[in-house]
Ligand binder design. Structure first.
Ligand SMILES: Cc1ncc(COP(=O)(O)O)c(C=O)c1O
Length: 279
């Protein structure tokens, strides 16, 4: 497999990263995940704006984001994935330096890595819906940065897998924030409800698209946190993400969402979302 590493296209086996890399030592870095179809990326601008913002928020501004953007297009061709569905992972860390917490001056050269893989959409799950669990949101107070420091997310997703569930819906101070690797959206009395964009959630590209689709379909939207106590009253529930798509949630822990099948608003939004072309 050919990957992009610090400006070059190389075989993945030939990549070597220093044990002093601050990504390894401190999880001092950010990442981005995109989806492509037939060589075109979905929401490419939004993803790269978010990546630039994440870098900016952690003061890692020496990265040539335009070059990375160009590179991932080439990477599809290098891996013969230009004619199919693919997912793209990009990771940037602050680079290698002797271990000390403070960012060294001058800062080291960042480590920039990107990889592509075939993507298989979860068609059966989209059709039937999935189970989720509730889990405490144990993450930090800057979840708006797409940080590679994901231990609380790893723990939450692992708890979900052990419960035979697809996702862990995170609860902070009695309110749903998002899920371990996706956005949470509820439908209450025909209104789509999701957490506002704050430091407690990632500004999801799929969330942005879905809210646009709600506008186009005259579906009312409220951007307010959903109280955990109100969740069993949801008429519909879904989780959203770049590889997750618009995923119906039909069971949470041991209770079912409404009648336990994907609801009509979820179905409409799912169909509208799937009809979107890469842009
Ligand atoms: C915590 C979290 N929320 C939401 C999302 C969805 O973001 P996007 O729609 O941009 O993929 C992700 C995706 O990885 C995520 O990790």
């Amino acid at each position: 497999m050919t990957v992009y590493f610090n400006g070059n296209f190389v075989d993945k086996d030939d990549v070597s990263i220093s044990p002093d890399d601050r990504g390894f030592v401190f999880a001092d870095g950010i990442y981005e995940v995109l989806r492509a179809e037939n060589g075109a990326f979905f929401q490419e601008d939004l993803h790269f704006e978010r990546m630039a913002r994440s870098l900016n928020e952690i003061d890692l501004t020496s990265v040539d984001v335009a070059a990375v953007r160009e590179a991932i297009h080439s990477l599809l061709y290098h891996n013969d994935l230009q004619d199919r569905l693919a997912k793209i992972y990009i990771q940037v860390t602050r680079g290698a330096a002797p271990r000390q917490h403070a960012v060294p001056t001058p800062p080291p050269d960042p480590t920039v890595y990107a990889t592509v893989a075939p993507h298989t959409p979860p068609l059966d799950k989209w059709e039937q819906g999935v189970k989720a669990i509730l889990h405490p949101d144990q993450r930090w107070a800057r979840c708006d940065i797409k940080s590679i420091s994901l231990l609380p997310n790893v723990r939450a997703t692992t708890a979900a897998r052990r419960a035979d569930a697809y996702e862990a819906i995170l609860v902070r101070d009695g309110f749903v924030t998002e899920a371990s690797h996706s956005t949470v959206v509820g439908v209450f009395d025909d209104t789509v409800v999701t957490h506002p964009l704050t430091n407690h959630i990632l500004p999801s590209t799929t969330r942005a698209l879905l809210l646009d689709l709600c506008g186009a379909h005259d579906i009312p939207v409220e951007e307010i946190p959903i109280p955990e106590a109100d969740l069993p009253d949801a008429d519909e529930l879904m989780v959203l993400g770049t590889t997750t798509g618009v995923m119906p949630v039909v069971q949470v822990d041991d209770w079912t969402v409404a009648d336990g099948t994907p609801g009509p608003i979820t179905r409409d939004l799912q169909a509208a979302f799937r009809a979107l072309e890469p842009a």
